[in-house]
Design a protein around this ligand. Structure first.
Ligand code: TPP
Length: 737
């Protein structure tokens, strides 16, 4: 058969897993036949009380959706999606979750939130972006929960980026497995002490749509879940639609078929419109995961009865509404309850009660206060743990250490002291201990559950820290080279950077992200890049850039202790002080426990008092390799150059910058990055704005040439980068000004 004939045959072959939009009823029946959990029989097996609870909450969700539609002038002021059609499987999942579990509900999961015990009122507060929205205080969309509340599974922050929740959720499961491997009690379980907390092993539920399943990051998550056999359930709610794109347009296979490509991932299908089928299938999945028999993907077919969202309305593009309507889970459950002997009156009463509650809650939510505008900037960061330098920076008799060893020792100290700390990335584990040996022997010392190699998955490496942190682990991770951080940027921006702000401080993410960076000696275009300006456009993360061993050790520990995401940029050219002119990067090694608060610059070299008095001096504001170029260059101008080493780029010690600027009146901002539109240029602008009257010359800037990459040949590299000679030339001009 030719390739074309084969694909044509595949297209016409009966596809029981597909939920073709124009044939919903028959496709659902076909899918039901393929379900591993026998749907109709299971309905009868479910306890009637549970069915009744599901029925009430299904009506509550449906009443809410109807009310939002009726009141859309107010309710659709901010965009929202509702569960209509998906309620059965969402409620089944909610009922099986325990308070010691972790959940990542999707943006369509308002019925799941009701099932977890949230009041309609609380959900409506988020719909209306009110101050008392328990998740975000009016900062993020409807049904984007984040919650630490007794009696409810922990719900860490997740973004509105479809599919991106898979990695943080898997990171949470990874943390659970980690705690178990170390025989440590998960903090949440300890908090909820007592038999009921200890009796069941916690798990993670990651809810996701069929459209979102095709995001590449989902495959990274599945890979890790299987590799480490993590306790997680991926619940795929498949309504055969993205926004307006149908399943046939969006994917070559269903999520169930996709899962078959991941050996070690247990998969099963349920009829998501049938509470009994959903509950039975999910019960099996929960038992499997609680029994620590690996991850499970549950594929649930669901009709989509409401709009995609309040802004993208079903009547604009849906030819299949009638067919989906036939799958409405509500009348089905109604019939099942009647068949189970529940009186029609009782069902009617439940429906009336749901309606009354929803209407009363709506009135209450409308009357609730809006956020105080003055609070808009609260919770950018959680307060830092280290606010003053402490410990011994230069212990008597201590040897000098290379920067790479100072980093290694800092992490070693942390791993020894904090059992919740773990360190992972590409090649950091095993025998090698990092391609720069920056993690040498740590895996041997602490075991390969604490220090381990990951697959080549930068998104997982960074994004997993969000889930890790929510469970209480303290992840240290590494991106092998700054040039390869880009696949992780999505997680960094969407999940990590916004978590603290959007959860009103409930879920700051303490993640220490080590990133070897910088150029020297022919590293070439993909192992030499500088990236700090890009990182510095991301709010909600901190960026540290030490220039010597002592700072490396003190800042590494402060970065670890910081409750926020911190990126540690570690210059490869300084690691061993092998590059001529970088001998000062090697310093006496501080004692264990030494810390330097983030956001404090240091004077790396003072100017001579007499030269200063005579007005013969200039200031170089720089960091990383720039400190060493500036030191070498300043030998041409004895006593005339002060060098301010920023050490942390965000938060920036702007006070130190302005104070030093005022001392000298002449400033050069020096960076290794291409200058155009860089952090250095931005800083120069700020200095000019704030110190204008103190300046005797425009603020000079010097950086690399404005090219997309650093060429491999060392002579070409030299042309591209700043150097001591180039800095000296700039300083000569500045001092002459
Ligand atoms: C990364 C990303 N790309 C695009 C969007 C816009 N978007 C929002 S919902 C959606 C469709 C999601 O489909 P699915 O996961 O199947 O969920 P459903 O709405 O069908 O429940 C898209 C494309 C987004 N939120 N995030």
């Amino acid at each position: 058969m030719t390739e074309f004939a084969a694909s044509a045959a595949a297209e016409t072959a009966p596809d029981t897993a597909d939920f073709a939009s124009t044939r919903v009823a028959s496709a659902a029946a076909a899918a039901a036949a393929a379900f591993t959990a026998p749907a109709p029989a299971a309905a009868a097996a479910v306890d009637t009380e549970l069915l009744k609870r599901a029925y009430s909450l299904m009506h509550t969700a449906a009443e809410m959706a109807a009310l939002y539609e009726e009141e859309k002038a107010v309710a659709a002021r901010y965009v929202h999606a509702t569960a209509r059609g998906h309620e059965a499987v969402q409620l089944a999942a909610a009922f099986l979750l325990k308070e010691t579990d972790y959940a990542a509900p999707y943006y369509r999961d308002d019925a799941m939130l009701l099932g977890l015990g949230l009041r309609p009122y609380e959900l409506m507060l988020q719909l209306l972006a009110k101050a008392d929205d328990p998740f975000s205080g009016g900062r993020t969309y409807y049904s984007h929960p984040s919650l630490r509340r007794a009696g409810v599974p922990m719900i860490p922050h997740q973004s509105s980026a479809t599919g991106m929740q898979a990695i943080p959720a898997t990171g949470a499961a990874h943390a659970l497995a980690y705690f178990e491997s170390q025989a440590l009690v998960v903090p949440r379980t300890a908090e909820l002490e007592g038999e009921k907390a200890a009796a069941v092993k916690p798990l993670v539920l990651c809810s996701i749509g069929d459209g979102a399943m095709t995001e590449g990051e989902v495959a990274e998550a599945l890979q890790m879940a299987i590799l480490h056999q993590l306790p997680i359930i991926y619940l795929v709610q498949d309504n055969d639609w993205g926004i307006s794109a149908t399943g046939r347009e969006m994917r070559a296979m269903s999520a169930y078929e996709f899962a078959a490509g991941f050996p070690g991932l247990r998969r099963l299908q349920v009829d998501g419109a049938d509470f009994g089928s959903s509950y039975a299938g999910l019960s099996e999945a929960f038992a499997h995961v609680r029994g620590r028999r690996g991850p499970v993907l549950v594929h649930a077919k669901c009709p989509l009865l409401g709009h995609h969202t309040s802004g993208v309305r079903r009547e604009w593009y849906r030819p299949d509404l009638a067919a989906h309507q036939e799958q409405d889970p509500l009348p089905r459950l109604h019939q099942q309850l009647l068949a189970a002997g529940v009186a029609a009156d009782a069902l009617e009463a439940a429906q009336k009660q749901a309606r009354a509650t929803v209407r009363a809650d709506w009135a209450e939510a409308l009357a609730a206060p809006n956020p105080d505008p003055a609070t808009f900037a609260d919770h950018e960061f959680a307060p830092p743990a280290v606010t003053a330098e402490a410990g011994e920076r230069s212990p008597a008799g201590a040897d000098k250490a290379l920067m790479v060893d100072a980093a290694l020792h800092a992490v070693d100290d942390i791993l020894r002291e904090f059992p919740e700390a773990l360190f992972y990335g590409q090649d950091v584990g095993g025998e090698l201990g990092g391609v720069f040996r920056e993690a040498a022997l740590l895996a041997k010392k602490y075991g390969d559950r604490r220090v381990f190699n990951t697959p080549i998955q930068e998104a997982y490496i960074v994004g997993s820290t969000a889930g890790m942190a929510a469970v209480g682990a303290r992840p240290i991770v590494e991106i092998q080279f700054a040039d390869y951080i880009w696949p992780a940027l999505n997680q960094l921006v969407e999940e990590l950077s916004k978590s603290c702000y959007l959860t009103m401080g409930k879920f700051p993410i303490p993640a220490l992200i080590r990133v070897p960076i910088g150029a020297y000696g022919g590293g070439g275009p993909y192992h030499s890049g500088s990236i700090e300006s890009t990182l510095l456009t991301i709010r909600g993360i901190k960026v540290v850039y030490p220039s010597n061993a002592a700072d490396m050790k003190g800042l590494m520990r402060a970065a670890f202790l910081d409750p926020n995401p911190v990126i540690m940029l570690e210059h490869k050219g300084l690691y061993w002080s092998k590059v001529p002119g970088t001998e000062d990067a090697k310093t006496v090694e501080p004692a264990a426990g030494y810390v330097i608060p983030l956001g404090q610059a240091a004077i790396a070299q003072e100017a001579d008092a007499e030269q200063l008095r005579r007005g013969n001096t200039a200031l170089v504001v720089t960091y990383g390799m720039g400190v060493h170029w500036a030191k070498a260059a300043s030998r041409d101008f004895p006593g005339q150059i002060e060098i301010l080493d920023l050490r942390t780029l965000n938060p920036l010690d702007f006070e130190a910058v302005t104070a030093a600027t005022r001392r000298h009146g002449k400033v050069l901002v020096l960076t290794e990055e291409p200058l155009l539109n860089s952090f250095a240029e931005s800083l120069a602008g700020r200095i000019q704005r704030h110190c204008f009257t103190a300046l005797d010359a425009p603020v000079f800037t010097l950086g690399a040439a404005n090219l997309p990459a650093i060429a491999l040949n060392v002579e070409l590299e030299k042309q591209m980068l700043p150097s001591a000679a180039k800095v000296a030339a700039a300083l000569a001009e500045l001092l002459e000004y």
